[in-house]
Design a binder for this molecule. Structure first.
Ligand SMILES: *Cc1c(COP(=O)(O)O)cnc(C)c1O
Length: 394
């Protein structure tokens, strides 16, 4: 037996464990100090009442033989697929069919699993800095021909077309960690490139619910995307489902590469390796689209957005250069001159008892930045901003 040695090629993911360890060590040395975490990458507010009600009802249905459900359809129950189709695509005038939507247990697994349907020898383009799943899942499968697309302040944190041809391109907007969204024009460049070169775009739209300024929510808003793009969506950040687990992936039937139709093979892949999302969870996801559900989840998004806005405004006032926040729960902060991301992380913890996430942990182009998040408590967030202002204001 030989194990998959590709796993040995992965770089250790020390980022979040090191952040947690440093916080713990500081707290042990200074038990009297209150540390505020602006590093949270998870939601903190409870599920919407409409969602809870739907889940309770679904639990009761499972208690009676007449309404009990066994294995769910592996692509999702019709009631949820219909709701997704109507609200996320049809109402927005986007041409996506119901059998192009595949309900899943979240965007992370789909972003990782999608590699099953790609052949060998592909060149992969990935933004830097980036959500680590795209890179690591490719390395695990032995795909090591990777092009990094630097996202720097000079180009508005937008990746530029690569010189070498990319076969598979990962894009995420509004993105994690920077928190910037993309316009139709900016994405059109990539859609045209993919269509001209026979490339595929993997579009992660996990933060679409945070878009406020007309930026793109779905890649299918861009003309030509149906023939070159797969889209990942999640209820995690939209409706606080990080612990419930539900998302979906759109694979248009127009995605034909040689003799292989990606919609057909993804359907086959899911039917073989995935047994569907629980009935209770799918009823919960359906409730996100109800009138009440939409209003309630929008309130929570607004709460996180207000946190991010407060961080952005407060730290800009303190003299920091900040990005993100507008269409995102994330603020991307330039660290003071002469410091690395980790040095500023330590300084902030020591002097303000505030925890961020060093930008360099998301890729080498993240060096010199720190990520702060709006997923915390509003009052605590304001307190953290005050502390930072007192120490760093010029
Ligand atoms: C949080 C997040 C997701 C969501 O993943 P789930 O598995 O659906 O919880 C996807 N992509 C990015 C970039 C994220 O930050």
């Amino acid at each position: 037996m030989r194990a998959n040695e590709n796993f040995l090629k992965l770089e250790g993911s020390y980022l979040f464990s090191t952040v947690a360890r440093k916080q713990r060590e500081y707290q042990e040395k200074h038990p009297d100090k209150e540390v505020i975490r602006l590093s949270i990458g998870d939601v903190t507010k409870p599920l919407a009442p409409a969602v809870i009600e739907a889940m309770h009802k679904a639990v009761d249905e499972m208690a009676h033989e007449e309404s009990f459900r066994g294995y769910p359809p592996e692509h999702g129950f019709d009631f949820l697929v219909d709701a997704i189709h109507r609200h996320d695509y049809e109402e927005r005038g986007l041409d996506i069919a119901k059998d192009e939507i595949f309900v899943s247990d979240g965007a992370k697994s789909d972003c990782g699993n999608i590699g099953d349907i790609f052949g060998e020898g592909n060149t992969i383009a990935i933004c830097d800095p980036v959500y680590p799943v795209y890179l690591d899942s490719n390395i695990m499968s032995g795909r090591t021909d990777i092009i990094y697309l630097p996202c720097r302040a000079e180009n508005g944190f937008m990746p530029q077309l690569p010189e070498k041809k990319a076969d598979i391109i990962y894009l995420c907007f509004p993105n994690n960690p920077i928190g910037v969204a993309a316009s139709r024009e900016q994405l059109k460049v990539w859609v045209d490139y993919a269509n001209e070169n026979g490339s595929l775009i993997l579009y992660d739209s996990a933060y679409e619910a945070f878009v406020t300024d007309g930026s793109v929510k779905s890649i299918y808003e861009v003309e030509g995307a149906r023939t070159c793009a797969i889209e990942f969506r999640s209820f995690s950040k939209t409706a606080g489902f990080t612990g419930v687990r539900c998302g979906y992936t759109v694979v248009p039937k127009a995605l034909q590469f040689g003799d292989v139709n990606l919609n057909a093979v993804w359907g086959r892949r899911q039917a073989t390796k995935f047994n569907g999302v629980s009935y209770i969870t799918q009823r919960a996801a359906e409730a996100v689209y109800s009138e009440e559900g939409r209003r309630q989840t929008e309130e929570t998004i607004a709460y996180y957005r207000r946190n991010a806005r407060a961080i952005f405004d407060g730290l800009t006032e303190a003299g920091f250069k900040c990005y993100g926040a507008v269409n995102s729960p994330y603020v991307w902060l330039t660290v003071p001159d002469g410091m690395t991301s980790w040095e500023f992380f330590d300084d902030l913890l020591e002097k303000c008892q505030v925890v961020g996430t060093p930008g360099s942990g998301f890729g080498s182009c993240g060096e010199g930045y720190l990520r702060l998040t709006g997923f915390g408590n509003y009052e605590k967030t304001l307190e953290a901003i005050d502390r930072i202002k007192r120490v760093y204001s010029k």
